[in-house]
Design a protein around this ligand. Structure first.
Ligand code: ATP
Length: 359
C-alpha cells in the first residue's frame, strides 16, 4: 500500500496461542498470544534462550510454529492450514549482523530486495529509503567508508525500502559500541515514527526496551510473563522475575503480620496477603536515602564504590542475615563515615510470594 513517499502502511501483527517445539521433549514457546498494534514499537524482552528470536522467525515465515496462528491485519498468514512464504508476507527484517554486501554500493545494497520493481523504480524507492535514514549522499559509496552506526541505518533503509507492513528487528544494536548505541537507537526510533512502521524489536536489555518500546512484552522460558508500558512493568511488576529484570534488588524473606511484611528495615504494606504468609520483600538498590542521625534505619558501611552519579554501598543492617546494597547519590555521605541512617522509599519496595530457588 503506497500512501506517501517513504511512509509504510502500518499493520497489526497478531500471535494467537503460538507454541513451538524444536524437539519432542522441549517446548521453546508456550501459548504466546500477543498483538503489535499499527504503528507501534513493541519490544520483545527476555533473557537468552527465552524464545524471542524463535517468535520473530515464526512471524517472518522462516520457522513454522507447532501450534497457533499468526495474523497480519486479521488475515491468517501462518496457521494449521495456511502458510504464506516469507516473500509474500510484507514483513521486513533487520538482524543483529546487519551485514551489507561489501562489493555493492550503498544504493545497490538498499535496492537489493526490490526485485519486483523495474530498475528505475527500484532506484527511486531505494533513494527515498536512503533519504529517510539521512544517507542519500552516500548512495554511490561503498559500505566500508561508513561508520558502524551509518551502516546500521543503511540496513534499516534496506528493510524499509520495500515498505513492509511490519518490521522485525533482532538485537539490531548489539554490534554497536555503547556510545554509538544511544545515538543509533534514537535515530532508529525517529525513523520508525516517521515511516509509521509497526515494529517488533528483540532485546535482552531492559533499558533498551524502555528507551524504544511503546510497550514491552517480557518472555521467560517461552512464556509471556507480562505485557505493558515501561512504567507498568517497572512500577507494577507481575512477579519477582519481572522486578529483577528491571532493577537490581535486595531480597529479604519475611512474614506478613497485620497486613504488612515485617522486616528489619520496617513494615511494608502487603495488601491481600494473609497473616503468617511467607513473602519475599524486594527493595531496589536505588530505594534508599540518607536520613538524619537517629531517624530511619541504622546501617554500617562495609564497602563503598564511587560510580559517578551514585555511590554503591555494601551495608550491614541489624537483623538482616545478608548484606544489603544501596545506590546513594554522590555527595550525600562525608568521606570516611562508617555508621549511617537510611530511609527506605516505599515505592521502591515490592512484596511478592516467597521466592523459590528458581526465582
Ligand atoms: P538469545 O537472546 O540468546 O538469542 P532467544 O530468546 O532469542 O535467545 P531463541 O533463540 O528463540 O531464544 O531460542 C529459544 C530456545 O530454543 C533455546 O533453548 C534454543 O537453544 C532453542 N533453539 C533455537 N533454535 C533452535 C533450533 N534450530 N533447533 C533446536 N533448538 C533451537
Amino acid at each position: 500500500a503506497r500512501v506517501t513517499a517513504g511512509v509504510t502502511f502500518a499493520a497489526r501483527l497478531a500471535f494467537e496461542g503460538i507454541g513451538h517445539r524444536f524437539t519432542p521433549h522441549q517446548a521453546t514457546l508456550h501459548d504466546v498470544t500477543l498483538t503489535a498494534e499499527p504503528g507501534e514499537v513493541l519490544c520483545l524482552l527476555g533473557p537468552s534462550g527465552s524464545g524471542k528470536t524463535t517468535l520473530l522467525r515464526i512471524a517472518a515465515g522462516i520457522e513454522t510454529q507447532s501450534a497457533g496462528r499468526v495474523l497480519l491485519n486479521d488475515r491468517e498468514i501462518a496457521g494449521p492450514s495456511v502458510f504464506l512464504p516469507p516473500e509474500q508476507r510484507s514483513i521486513g527484517l533487520v538482524f543483529q549482523d546487519f551485514a551489507l554486501f561489501p562489493h555493492l554500493t550503498i544504493l545497490d545494497n538498499v535496492r537489493f530486495g526490490l526485485t519486483a520493481l523495474s530498475r528505475e523504480e527500484a532506484r527511486g524507492e531505494a533513494m527515498i529509503a536512503l533519504e529517510r535514514v539521512g544517507l542519500a549522499r552516500y548512495a554511490g559509496a561503498y559500505p566500508h567508508v561508513l561508520s558502524g552506526g551509518e551502516q546500521q541505518r543503511v540496513a534499516l533503509a534496506r528493510a524499509l525500502a520495500p515498505r513492509p507492513a511490519v518490521l522485525l528487528m533482532d538485537e539490531p544494536f548489539s554490534g554497536l559500541d555503547s556510545r554509538l548505541k544511544d545515538t543509533v537507537r534514537a535515530e532508529t526510533l525517529a525513523i520508525l515514527r516517521q515511516s509509521r512502521a509497526t515494529a517488533i524489536v528483540v532485546t535482552h536489555d531492559a533499558e533498551e526496551a524502555m528507551r524504544l518500546g511503546d510497550r514491552i512484552a517480557l518472555l521467560r522460558h517461552g512464556r509471556l510473563v507480562q505485557v505493558g508500558t515501561a512504567e507498568e512493568l517497572y512500577l507494577h511488576p507481575a512477579d519477582l522475575f519481572v522486578a529483577g529484570f528491571f532493577s537490581e534488588l535486595n531480597l529479604l524473606d519475611a512474614r506478613v503480620r497485620g497486613g504488612a511484611a515485617d522486616t528489619p528495615l520496617g513494615r511494608f504494606p502487603a495488601p491481600g496477603r494473609n497473616d503468617g504468609e511467607p513473602v519475599t520483600v524486594a527493595i531496589r538498590l536505588s530505594g534508599f536515602d540518607v536520613a538524619e542521625a537517629g531517624e530511619g534505619v541504622a546501617a554500617r558501611i562495609l564497602s563503598r564504590r564511587f560510580l559517578g552519579v551514585v555511590e554503591l554501598l555494601d551495608l550491614a543492617v541489624e537483623g538482616c542475615d545478608e548484606h544489603l546494597r544501596a545506590r546513594i547519590r554522590r555527595g550525600q555521605l562525608p568521606p570516611g563515615v562508617r555508621d549511617i541512617s537510611l530511609n527506605v522509599n516505599r515505592s521502591d519496595v515490592l512484596v511478592f510470594e516467597r521466592r523459590r530457588e528458581s526465582a
